[in-house]
Design a protein around this ligand. Structure first.
Ligand code: SF4
Length: 95
């Protein structure tokens, strides 16, 4: 890797190094995305939570114990539903 060649890792602060290692892919899914009902997404799931902080973070309510204040525990609204997807309650849709 070119970063290793120039030893760029030494130029990073510990916080930058940690952020780089964590990556930018959300990892807060309750199960593997794409294993749920076809055509459904996290955005249409009853378990999705819109958490208002400095900005809005989408979280899976089933993964509440692992929530962070950042992207590491996020889900994406357009991610294909996982096997634990649940339909929003009929009363919410009907009102
Ligand atoms: S589909 Fe629902 S249960 Fe699955 S990760 Fe997304 S919000 Fe959580």
């Amino acid at each position: 890797m070119i970063a290793d060649l120039f030893n760029l890792d030494r130029a990073l602060t510990p916080q930058e190094r940690k952020r780089l290692k964590a990556g930018t892919t959300p990892k807060g899914y309750a199960a593997l995305p794409g294993t749920g009902p076809a055509g459904e997404t996290c955005g249409s799931c009853a378990h999705v939570v819109r958490r208002q902080m400095a900005r809005v973070y989408l979280k899976c309510g089933l993964m509440r114990r692992g929530w962070t204040a950042g992207i590491a525990s996020d889900v994406r609204a357009k991610a294909p539903a996982c096997s634990r997807w649940a339909a929003p309650e009929a009363t919410e849709a009907g009102s």
